[in-house]
Design a binder for this molecule. Structure first.
Ligand code: SAM
Length: 260
C-alpha cells in the first residue's frame, strides 16, 4: 500500500491521467506532465487521440466477432473503458485488464462493472512477465477461442533490453488462430525534436520512453496478417471524423493484425 501513496515519484498511469484531464494523480505527476507539456505542447493531444483509437479498434474487433480481450497497460479508469465499448457491441464480452501500477489496482473497481452476461477481471501484473499474465488470464478467458491482445501506449515503457518483441510474440504464441493484436506506440517520426525532448524529460523523471519509428512498430506484428490499413499514424486508422490534428501532434503509430 505504501507505494500507492508514494507522491514523490511520477508514475506513467498518473501522468497520462493528468494529460487526459483526470483527477487520479498527485503533485509529482502534475509537475512531470507540466514539464512534458513545456517540452512539447502536443503531449495532451496524443492521449485523447489514443483513446479514440482504442474505441475505433475495439468496435472493429467486436464487429469482426472478437468477444475476449486482454488489455495490458490498462491505465486508470477513463470512460469509456474497453469493456464498455466491447460490451456495448455484445454484453457477453469478457475482458481481462492488466497493469503494474498500484494506483490502477486501487481504482480497479471502476473497471469491474461488467454487464451480467459477460465478465471483467483485473490482474496486477507486469508486461515483462508474460508467463504470469498468460497463466492468470487463462483462468478467465477461454484460450481455445480467439483473444484480442490490446497494447495501447504501453510498449514504449519497455527498453529494447526488456525484449518487447519476444514478449509480444510469447503472448500471441499461446493464443489460437483468429486472435488479434492491437498496438499503439509513441513515435518521433513526424516531429523528432519535440518528441525527443519530451521523452528525455520523462526519462529524467524515471519514466522510460522508448520512441520507435514505423519499422520498429511494424516489427511487433511480424508473422501476423495485417488488417487494413496496416501500421499508420493512429489518426489515419479508419478515421470516423476529421480531428484537424497532424501526425506530428498525435505522434502515435497504431495497427491491428490477425493471427492466421
Ligand atoms: C500511457 S498509459 C496507457 C493507458 C491505456 N492503455 C490507454 O492507451 O489509454 C500506460 C499504462 O501502462 C502501464 N504500464 C507501464 N509499464 C507497464 C508494465 N511494464 N506492465 C504493465 N503495465 C505497465 C502504466 O501503469 C499505465 O497505466
Amino acid at each position: 500500500m505504501a507505494e500507492i501513496f508514494d507522491t514523490e515519484r511520477p508514475h506513467p498511469a498518473r501522468v497520462y491521467d493528468v494529460l487526459l484531464g483526470g483527477k487520479d494523480n498527485f503533485a509529482a505527476d502534475r509537475a512531470a506532465a507540466a514539464e512534458g507539456l513545456k517540452a512539447n505542447p502536443n503531449a495532451a493531444t496524443a492521449p485523447k487521440q489514443n483513446r479514440a483509437f482504442m474505441r475505433r479498434t475495439v468496435r472493429f474487433l467486436s464487429a469482426a466477432g472478437m468477444r475476449q480481450f486482454l488489455d495490458i497497460g490498462t491505465g486508470l479508469p477513463t470512460s469509456p473503458n474497453v469493456h464498455e465499448v466491447a460490451q456495448g457491441a455484445d454484453p457477453s464480452a469478457r475482458i481481462v485488464y492488466v497493469d503494474n501500477d498500484p494506483l490502477v489496482l486501487a481504482h480497479a473497481r471502476a473497471l469491474l462493472t461488467s454487464a451480467p452476461e459477460g465478465c471483467t477481471a483485473y490482474l496486477d501484473a507486469d508486461l515483462r512477465d508474460p508467463e504470469k499474465i498468460l497463466a492468470e488470464a487463462r483462468q478467465i478467458l477461454d484460450f481455445d477461442r480467439p483473444v484480442a491482445v490490446l497494447l495501447f501506449a504501453v510498449l514504449h515503457f519497455l527498453e529494447d533490453d526488456a525484449d518487447p518483441y519476444g514478449i509480444v510474440a510469447r503472448l500471441m504464441a499461446e493464443l489460437p488462430s483468429g486472435s488479434h493484436l492491437v498496438i499503439s506506440h509513441i513515435t518521433a517520426d513526424h516531429d523528432p525534436e519535440s518528441w525527443a525532448r519530451f521523452a528525455e524529460i520523462m526519462r529524467r523523471q524515471g519514466i522510460t520512453t522508448r520512441l520507435r519509428d514505423r519499422a520498429e512498430v511494424a516489427r511487433f506484428f511480424n508473422g501476423l496478417e495485417p488488417v487494413e490499413p496496416g501500421v499508420v499514424p493512429i489518426r489515419q486508422w479508419r478515421p470516423e471524423e476529421e480531428t484537424g490534428f497532424t501526425d506530428a501532434q498525435v505522434a502515435l503509430y497504431g495497427g491491428v493484425a490477425r493471427k492466421r
